[in-house]
Design a protein around this ligand. Structure first.
Ligand SMILES: NC(=O)c1ccc[n+]([C@@H]2O[C@H](COP(=O)([O-])OP(=O)(O)OC[C@H]3O[C@@H](n4cnc5c(N)ncnc54)[C@H](O)[C@@H]3O)[C@@H](O)[C@H]2O)c1
Length: 327
């Protein structure tokens, strides 16, 4: 038995998920919804699905699961509606743009017993899997230095509209907040300084994070850095050992004995595989079919939202260390 899936939000990310899902023979793509009829029609035609206007029309097609790939501010309400309709939900990040909506989703997932998975695709990207394999094998990161940048904030068009995005960090930094928690441990407090430089949003932010076990992390993020690689870089400091990743496709592990150990370059057949989308969607379908629990839990999603909330509260308070409220 397979999964009858629908998708709402036929933009860049929606089309990437359709491409990834097309590679999974267990999935029947039944409908694609978008507020813009032409977007729904074109994307639906590319996978042999029915074009729709909204979630109600998708649900009427008799789907089991829905992919929510809408602009950030719409995630909360549509995910809640989908859970209420008894659907399994894959939601792109961020979980929501307010902590209150995130709490409602968490409560509803616990009540409804449906699968909920958030789009932290980097957990499946080869460079980050390399870091995680070393951590699982005994490398203990005591501290870290992390950055993630955007070349500009011009695409999609709503990116610089805080009322829709929630803020620059809701879109981009959130990925690495999850990575830090996944590789080092939950983030317990945040101190952040922000500046509005090129856009009407905090597009230059420097943060000091404290993870469980008193592990400090220095983090910076910029929204106008040019597209010169690496866009993102993680350095994990262990006991006379250093793990580094750059972007999704290369990483290295050096030790006191072997400080010049070379970069490992990971190859993938295409961008949707390299960025982890194919495997993350496969994991979601596994969870819908009861093969395995969702690997990114609703608590992981809520944790990242609570870090965002604390980071913006700290910026508003001039950099005051702020507790991450995961309750
Ligand atoms: N995980 C990742 O790597 C990654 C990368 C890019 C974007 N994203 C996330 O994916 C989501 C979508 O981003 P995008 O770049 O595809 O945006 P986009 O603007 O390209 O696409 C959004 C689509 O949603 C449609 N839409 C807007 N409001 C709607 C509504 N109320 N009902 C139905 N359709 C509506 C728009 O017409 C558009 O086709 C965002 O949450 C973003 O943060 C994730």
């Amino acid at each position: 038995m397979g999964v009858r899936a629908g998708l709402i939000g036929a933009g860049t990310m929606g089309r990437r998920h359709l491409q990834a899902l097309s590679q999974d023979h267990r999935v029947e793509l039944v409908g694609v919804a978008d507020a813009v009829a032409e977007a729904a029609t074109t994307a639906a035609a590319s996978v042999g699905a029915q074009p729709c206007r909204d979630l109600a029309a998708l649900a009427a097609l008799g789907i089991d699961a829905v992919f929510v790939t809408l602009p950030n501010v719409y995630h909360g309400a549509v995910v809640l509606e989908a859970l209420t309709r008894g659907l399994h939900v894959f939601s792109e990040k961020p979980m929501a743009t307010t902590l209150e909506e995130g709490r409602q989703i968490r409560d509803q997932v616990r009540r409804a017993g449906r699968v909920y998975q958030i789009g932290f695709n980097r957990r499946w990207a080869p460079a980050y899997r390399f870091l995680r394999q070393h951590v699982d094998a005994g490398f203990t990161p005591f501290s870290a230095h992390v950055k993630i940048n955007d070349g500009d904030m011009l695409t999609p068009s709503w990116y610089t509209n805080v009322a829709i995005s929630g803020g620059f960090m809701y879109d981009t930094a959130v990925h690495l907040f999850d990575m830090i928690a996944w590789l080092i441990g939950p983030i317990e407090s945040v101190a952040a300084l922000g500046r509005q430089s090129c856009y009407p949003d905090y597009d230059d932010v420097a943060l000091l994070l404290r993870c469980a076990g008193d592990r400090p992390v220095a983090f910076s993020t910029c929204g106008h850095a040019t597209w010169a690689p690496p866009q993102e870089r993680v350095e994990l400091y262990g006991d006379h050992a250093l793990l580094i990743s750059e972007d999704m496709d290369h990483a290295r592990y050096t030790t006191r004995e072997n400080p010049r150990a070379g970069w490992q370059q990971f190859s993938s057949p295409d961008m949707v595989s390299l960025w982890g989308y194919v495997d993350e969607d496969r994991a979601f379908i596994d969870a819908c079919l009861g093969v395995a629990p969702p690997p990114v839990t609703v608590d992981d999603a809520f944790h990242s939202l609570a870090v965002l909330d604390a980071a913006y509260a700290s910026i508003a308070a001039g950099g005051l260390p702020t507790r991450v409220r995961t309750e």
